[in-house]
Design a protein around this ligand. Structure first.
Ligand code: FEO
Length: 170
């Protein structure tokens, strides 16, 4: 495997692993606040990021490279509010999108069209993740500071997560 491509993919493995860890921390925080739906959403999201990482690990190894399992720094453990947590999630996803675009750039520079094709799955996934994060933030903006609204929000997060899990299972 071309060393520039290998390095870019290993950087991406690191980012996906860090994302998984970050959302795990968000899940755990939400769970301790009694927000079961938000916690389930974040636990599921953390699992998805691990899947994104694994998909890259396998691709690198199958193409003759060597995937590097990264050391992960501790993510933040506290979040000021659910709203702030989802803002942090969207900001984080925007940095992931940028790094996916950087990998695509390297693929084009190196004329590696196989990896370019493989990366399109990630490009589409980022579009979906950003849209989902924005729609959740829209809901949180509507709720504002209403406490009753947070109860309904958390229930909706449970429904969103269960609905997407049953869609994946089909
Ligand atoms: Fe795998 Fe949310 O980036």
């Amino acid at each position: 495997m071309n060393t520039h491509i290998e390095r870019a993919l290993n950087d991406q493995i690191n980012k996906e692993a860090s994302s998984s860890h970050y959302y795990l921390s968000m899940a755990s925080w939400a769970e301790t606040k009694g927000l079961a739906g938000t916690a389930l959403f974040m636990y599921t999201h953390s699992d998805e990021e691990r899947f994104h990482m694994l998909k890259l690990v396998k691709f690198v190894n199958e193409r003759g490279g060597k995937a590097i399992v990264p050391a992960i720094p501790q993510p933040p453990l506290e979040f000021d509010s659910v709203h702030k947590m989802f803002e942090a999630l969207l900001a984080h996803e925007l940095t992931v999108t940028q790094s996916i675009n950087d990998v695509v750039d390297v693929c084009l520079k190196e004329k590696d069209y196989t990896t370019h094709n493989f990366m399109q799955w990630y490009v589409a996934e980022q579009m979906e993740e950003e849209a989902l994060a924005r729609s959740i933030l829209d809901k949180l903006n509507l709720i504002g500071k209403e406490t009753g609204g947070m109860y309904l929000f958390d229930r909706e997060m449970l429904e969103i997560t269960n609905a997407s899990a049953s869609k994946t299972a089909k």
